[in-house]
Design a binder for this molecule. Sequence first.
Ligand code: FAD
Length: 425
Amino acid sequence: MDAGSFPAVTDTRSTTTRNWAGNVVFSAGRLHRPGTVEQLQDLVAGSDRIRALGTGHSFSPVADTTGDLVSVAGLPPRVVVDGALATVTAGMAYVAVTRALHAAGRALPNLGSLPHISVAGACATGTHGSGDANGVLATAVSAVELVTADGSLRTVRRGDPDFPGAAVSVGALGVVAAVTLDTVAAFDIAQWVMLDIPFHGFDALPELLAEGYSVSAFTHWEREVFDQVWLKRRMPADPPEPFWMGGVPATGPRHMTRGEPTGHCTDQLGRPGPWHERLPHFRAGFTPSSGAELQSEYLVPRDRAVAALRAVRAVAARIAPVLLVSEVRSVAADDLWLSAAYGRDSVAVHFTWVPDAAAVAPAVTAVEAALDPFDARPHWGKVFTTPPQRLRELLPRLPAFAELARAADPTGKFGNAMLDRCLPA
Ligand SMILES: Cc1cc2nc3c(=O)[nH]c(=O)nc-3n(C[C@H](O)[C@H](O)[C@H](O)COP(=O)(O)OP(=O)(O)OC[C@H]3O[C@@H](n4cnc5c(N)ncnc54)[C@H](O)[C@@H]3O)c2cc1C
């Protein structure tokens, strides 16, 4: 079937040809939105070059292609709960998936800061939340149903040899149509924001990150403090002590970015609420920001995180002028080949930059130089310049993934310039 017969957005000037932040202009000529899995299969089989687009929230050109883009957001949305497993349509945003799970008394163990991103897109890039015991969101994946290069449907399950490559796949193995997720019983969380927690050389970082189910520490690298620490504790839980870690409790709601409306953020002040309304930083009902930002993020081994943060502190003067806010989180080790937490408990050091790529570039260089001695692995969905050779050293299973991708897609229809650069030949 002719790929062009499907509903397509062909206006290359429209916002659909840019990512959310607007810093990536997609090279694709068309954006397809098939309404059924069969249409998706025909489309993929009939294309020479095609790549899946999620909700377009990545800051790197990871979703780009010189062929066509395809969104699976038009597939019928389904959340089918079967005991502890839930099979969901891949293009659904977490907002919708989590509401349906909660209604069924189930929960996902963890979520990222923004619930508006698609499940497939988040898993494909190793997106994560925080928590010493919480892995990247793809660690909840137990099976992936994907449309392969010849248009056939294939399900890769945990335990299959290819599964560690398929759960975080940067779109290189095919177009994911559905994902089966492990769920847990629904639970409640309370969130507190603590202010002005002194760095003290980051000596207490491990203790700080262990103080909640999910902990996010924000700084502007201007003063020797975490300006805010968002402490998310599973209920029942005690509130933090009044001078917890040397800080003071916020007495009203906060946004982590200066000047942004606090109403966009999930409920704070220790009020308990359902997991899906507390684990993300941003509320389901609000657009979190205009997209006027860039982001970079690097994961370092947790046992070297104190030294890594000291190294970032040493280049603070180069970071602060182009920074909106920085966030430090904790991520548990996993066995997913392309995950930045592969094989090691990690601390993620994140930077939200001003939306000016030229001004930000020297700061990214400074951060990468500071963190490189700590074997910092970049987030696939964010801005980074880590050389391909270094990526191969940092991700020991990258060659295995490249082999898997070549076997799944011999003509390279799912490839793009970023993957050509990053994956070993
Ligand atoms: C405001 C904001 C907050 C963020 N917060 C966090 C955070 O807390 N933690 C974190 O780790 N990251 C965070 N991110 C980054 C974000 O989670 C990732 O960039 C994620 O990949 C975005 O998902 P998406 O659906 O927009 O994917 P896209 O950007 O559209 O695509 C990303 C990749 O997924 C692939 N893909 C998408 N759909 C499919 C499919 N159906 N089949 C196969 N491959 C597919 C694409 O080909 C591409 O390679 C944030 C980003 C923004 C803008």
